[in-house]
Design a protein around this ligand. Sequence first.
Ligand code: TGC
Ligand code: FAD
Length: 390
Amino acid sequence: PADFEALDYYAIDELLTDEARQIRDEVRDFMTAEVAPIIEEHAENETFPDQLIPEFARLGLLGPKVPTEYGGGGHDSIVYGLMMQEVERIDSGLRSFCSVTGSLVMYPIWKYGSEEQKQKWLPKLAAGEAIGCFGLTEPYVGSNPSDMRTTATKDGDSYIIDGHKRWSTNASIADVAVIWAKTEDGATRGFLIETDREGVSTPPIDDTLSLRAAVTSEVVLDEVRVPASNILPDVSGLKGPLSCLNQARYGICWGAIGAAMACYDVARQHVTTREQFGRKIGGFQLVQERMVEMVQEITKAQLLNWRLGSLMSAGNVRPQQVSLAKRNNCSTALDVARSARQLLGGNGVTKMYPVMRHMANLESVVTYEGTHEIHTLIVGRDVTGENAFT
Ligand code: TGC
Ligand code: FAD
């Protein structure tokens, strides 16, 4: 990918500010020079490249939208999206680390936390000196978080948290977990749980064939006592975790297209050099059809991202609009990865190219943060007024 050329068929660059382009290019150059050469080995060995955390902090990838007074970047949504695009262009697992930090840990602390919680955690998280994770999903509860079993029982000035979270990105390396639990009145509340508290364990899930360069874990909460001051005071109900998901899903919309742009570009380089039957394979009509399909779908998704980012920056976006883009862009990225893989022929299934790794990663991306089907039902309910979830 050293000679990566970013697909920009409709000159979307012209819609970006100079500052946004400059930040995008800085992240792009870093990811190409420092991360692309090491990522395959980390994925193979199932190791998270934690030496990159200070560099990610320096580039402003941890909490890009959080105000600067708390150590964040204070950027708009377009800049945040471009950053996620460039990180996921190299690997979805690294974008996962950034999404979880910025959108699922820093965002709820900033939006719903007390001033003391913000001062305690946000600057450290932005600097990469503390790591966070987010626990909504449970072994028996994924698409329908309203059924969650984890409980928080008030006991004097404390809460006792009891339950089990599964599929928590970063958890084994986290200092703090944002855990969603039901209180005795049935309300969903968020708790900041330091992972060194008695009763917390975070066994890694180490048999995944996807996002292998990221850390994914369980969070077991065995009657964990936390002070009542660890509750996020300013939100109650499912809209707490779901509003965080809007932010993370938005980043995924851009990130997935970063992965698609990487796969497309590998295919472009291959079909313009590989020869069969005495000519470049890019000269065959069937190959051109694949290439055009990729250009068309990536371009549509890029325009969707830009418009969604403009709406979000203006504070005008509806969650259903995020869902439509998450649904479209993840399935587009998977289709592009599969098509690029085919154009590479036999070598496409090897580690010579990043395409199979992207494809395997995207199988998680299409599933987490709401599956393809769940986003279909969210938009379906929006346009018909009928609830088809149950
Ligand atoms: P529903 O009745 O629709 O809503 C309950 C309350 O929540 C509000 N709400 C939202 N608020 C903000 N943003 C959203 N996206 C919201 N969606 C709903 C809603 O207004 C209501 O508020 P109020 O005040 O009226 O009470 O809830 P429901 O139980 O019918 O559920 C809806 C459903 C199924 C769409 C939702 O549960 C859902 O999205 N399920 C998917 C679960 C999911 O996405 N899990 C992701 C876990 S985290 C993760 O995967 C991290 S991956 C790591 C990485 O990012 O890299
Ligand atoms: P299920 O909800 O059991 O769904 C199984 C299948 O049934 C899916 O195809 C789904 O679309 C379908 N389905 C379910 N309900 C319906 C319906 N009503 N109509 C039609 N089809 C339906 N969660 C966190 O909380 N924090 C994290 O950091 C996190 N990181 C993750 C990292 C990875 C690598 C992965 C794979 C997952 C992660 N998740 C995380 C969990 C993720 O959000 C869930 O896997 C996802 O929400 C789906 O839940 P589930 O796996 O329980 O599948």
